[in-house]
Ligand binder design. Sequence first.
Ligand code: HAM
Length: 435
Amino acid sequence: MGNIRALKGFKDIFEDEIEKHRRVEAAARKYLHCFGFKEIEVPLLERTELFARGIGESTDIVEKEMFTFTDKGGDSVSLRPEATAGVVRAYIQHGLYEREKVTKLFTVGHMFRYERPQRGRLREFRQINVEVFGVKEPLIEAELIFMNSLILKELGIEDYKIEINSVGCEMCRVRFVNVLRDYLRDKKPALCEDCQRRLERSPLRIFDCKKESCGTIIGGAPLISESLCTECRTHLERLAYSLSALSIEYVLNPRLVRGLDYYTRTVFEVSSDRLGAQKAFIAGGRYDSLVGLLGGPPVPGVGFAIGIERTSLLLPPLQAKRGPLFFFASVGENARGYLYPLLRGFAVRGIPLTFSYEEKSLKAQMRYADSLGADVVMILGEEEIERQVVVLRDMHKGQQMEVRLDVDTILRAAISLRERNFFDFSPGDVLNKTE
Ligand code: HAM
């Protein structure tokens, strides 16, 4: 039997990549806290019906991309392809709308979509998902977009584009779908198979098609912005005003649509050309009917999700920001005994101390220290014990000095070395410095 490998589209995250994930998360948390968001965790597995009703039966996500199975009780359940439906379910289930007028929630976690894996597109991925309930005013969309710009600034990501559009309310959409169907009727044979199906079931999704042949036809299609009712148009104008007032640069893209059915009025995406085909790394919008649709009161909602993997791809390379790494090398039984007080002393102060778990020759220990990237090796053998000193060796410059064999003294030297530039100093505890 061959080695078992992770499933296609599923990934082990480690080393620099996990550091980058944590950085994205930390930057988001900083501003989520600042803007008054509270954290929630919702299950990874929900009834399939929640997603079918929430995201839309005829969306690609629900039609083709869910990990769905029947559990032992005979219920159809699905791994969440996104978090909004689950957060809305929780909001309704716990009557959160009764507690406060405006509820701001975020959740960080794994999503699952059976998509064709490529760069920035996985079958298991992570999102920072943000939702606000109870605000009708477009000021909230502007605030969320502004918050995203602060998070990206904190992460050092500058080359991105913010696009906004309105997909209208239900009324606008009915009107627009008729206009669009009229335009596409005689062009149907030229559309791809997917779009022909979309034309019947969810024509707006045609704008999402990436195929060149469809692109040309769609390029000449009427736009939803031409079918917006007065309220929806005003909403979009007021959002544009708020964004400008917050000095946010954005592009009004009348062709922007989203792959989830719950959006009403505002949709937005943040994208970067550096990402290739999967350009959007943050996306969201308003969903004024979703809470009602899932059985709650008619509370409006707005939210977005930051894709952690895609955002991480945009981060500059990590700069190792650590103090010197210490290694304790001992020769002989007596010297080895000093490991314990040193290990305690270093750990209590939060300073990492490395050493060899096995007793080895000094040469082997030095090689091991080198392979770990140790900056300073503390060397202790019988001869040093006799003289009551320990040798501190700067592994970069090859310089050595000796300090008194006393745990407090060694720790003081280590702390000085951490704070200063290794051996470019002369602490009082140094007994002897050798080149
Ligand atoms: P979404 O556009 O489907 O929206 O996903 C948001 C972000 O999740 C994308 O921009 C991308 O960064 C990341 N993402 C999506 N699919 C994948 C994938 N297969 N691999 C890697 N990353 C991916 C939503 O999920 C909505 N629930 C956002 C929202 C919240 N709208 C309102 N509230």
